[in-house]
Design a protein around this ligand. Structure first.
Ligand code: GUN
Ligand code: ZN
Length: 427
């Protein structure tokens, strides 16, 4: 058994609604780990008294938290992050699709999967739900690299069969069904991995392909299904022109069996009242991608409004539409968008969205995303004084949240002092 000593932050209820009273913070806390699981947590004195023989790792003033969880990322876009000057559709055509074509080479896919996962861990992200490319080997590469690191990770083959996507990145409705099914059989539930049925978004799929993936999902309802929804105004107009009979963007998924409680819809910025009501009624999850929404110029997600409507929300980088690998930077962007939308999100709510909230959206919240007895020991230790600028502000703090907020707003991978995956130290 190993006991980590430091400040400990965990959640007892929904911090999006209840704010800081949902959190439990022990200034001198401890987390005990055995065989990859959390076996005890609480004030250090009590935990140490219960396990006097355990090996101790003293992290001093560092903050022990569940590892961050990224609810929506494109690992194949790692090498094109921060590509200049385009909005969504032009950005996809100019940067994204040419890069994704390179994943026809399995060796390149393996190189980028490894690079991405190393970057994610260095930034304190211990689980994620990643799009792959159209190439089945790009899913194999990601799953293989995640398994090698012992990570709880999710991914799926990104299906496109419409001539709106370039020829090198297209399949057919039948191939999307067959290949997705074969990958699902190979990877879903193996080690800590999960397969995600992944139509990219309705503009790059035919109705036939959406229907085929809808029937695959009906056969495997325990799998997640991920796609993009209402990210940019131009995109919504495009969807309307391609699907003239649809009531709205969400209806292009709903009609073909792609709306459900295990659905994860990325962006969801410009929603109609009917769409919000349907997402809430079916219990669907949303991925909030704030650095992407400002970087690609998409708009202002209504985190507070959708949370109070009772919709599950997870924070996400959306790298490389998103401009960072850091969930700290992502929380900062969510805070800034909140300010422009409905008002300030509390640091407790931001941290919750990047841990428990994202785990809930990915349906892995029984296993990861929080610190509780029986959960898997995916943990991070955060330095709340990682740069001189952060340290001098934290020094002035009157309470814990004020000490944490400068790291949320200005922190990056330098703030991540330790990372544990299933109890094994990775950083
Ligand atoms: N919509 C469809 N594909 C993508 C993608 O790769 N990134 C983003 N941000 N939006 C998308
Ligand atoms: Zn995306």
């Amino acid at each position: 058994m190993e006991i980590l000593l430091g400040q400990v932050l965990r959640f007892a209820s929904d911090a999006r609604i209840e704010g800081p009273s949902a959190a439990r913070h022990d200034r001198q806390g401890a987390v005990a780990i055995e065989a990859g699981k959390i076996v005890d947590v609480g004030p250090a004195e009590a935990v140490l008294a219960r396990h006097p023989q355990a090996h101790r790792t003293d992290l001093g003033e560092k903050l022990i938290s569940a590892g961050f969880i990224d609810a929506h990322v494109h690992y194949p876009q790692t090498a094109i992050i921060a590509s200049w000057g385009k909005r969504l559709i032009d950005w996809l055509n100019s940067y994204t699709f040419p890069e994704e074509m390179r994943f026809a080479d399995p060796a390149y896919a393996a190189e980028i999967a490894s690079r991405y996962l190393d970057l994610a861990l260095a930034h304190g992200t211990t689980s994620m739900c990643s799009y792959a490319t159209i190439h089945s080997s790009s899913v194999d590469a990601f799953m293989g690299e995640a398994a090698r690191r012992g990570m709880r990770a999710l991914s799926g083959r990104t299906c496109m069969d419409r001539d709106t996507a370039p020829a090198g990145l297209r399949d057919t409705a039948q191939a999307a069904y067959d290949e997705s099914k074969s990958l699902l059989t190979r990877w879903h539930g193996r080690d800590r991995l999960g397969y995600v049925i992944t139509p990219r978004f309705s503009p790059t799929s035919t109705p036939d392909q959406l229907l085929a993936l809808g029937s695959l999902w009906a056969e495997h309802p325990d799998c997640l299904m991920q796609t993009h929804l209402s990210e940019q105004v131009d995109e919504i107009a495009w969807v309307k022109s391609l699907y003239p009979a649809a009531r709205d963007y969400l209806d292009t998924y709903e009609t073909f069996g792609l709306l459900g409680e295990n659905g994860v819809y990325g962006h969801a910025i410009h929603l109609e009242p009917r769409e919000i009501a349907r997402l809430r009624d079916v219990g669907a999850g949303l991925a909030h991608c704030p650095t992407s929404n400002t970087f690609i110029g998409s708009g202002l997600f209504d985190a507070a409004g959708l949370a109070s409507a009772g919709i599950r929300i997870g924070l996400a980088t959306d790298t490389g539409g998103g401009s960072s690998f850091s969930m700290l930077r992502t929380m900062a962007a969510a805070y800034e968008i909140g300010q422009l939308r409905r008002g300030a999100l509390h640091p407790a709510a931001l941290w919750y969205l990047a841990t428990v909230g994202a785990a809930q959206v990915l349906r892995i919240d029984q296993a990861v995303g929080n610190i509780a007895v029986g959960m898997e020991a995916d943990l991070i230790a955060v330095d709340l004084a990682s740069t001189p600028a952060i340290a001098q502000r934290a020094e002035r703090a009157g309470d814990f949240w004020e000490a944490l907020f400068p790291t949320i707003m200005m922190g990056d991978d330098r703030a991540i002092a330790g990372v544990w995956v299933a109890g094994r130290r990775m950083k």
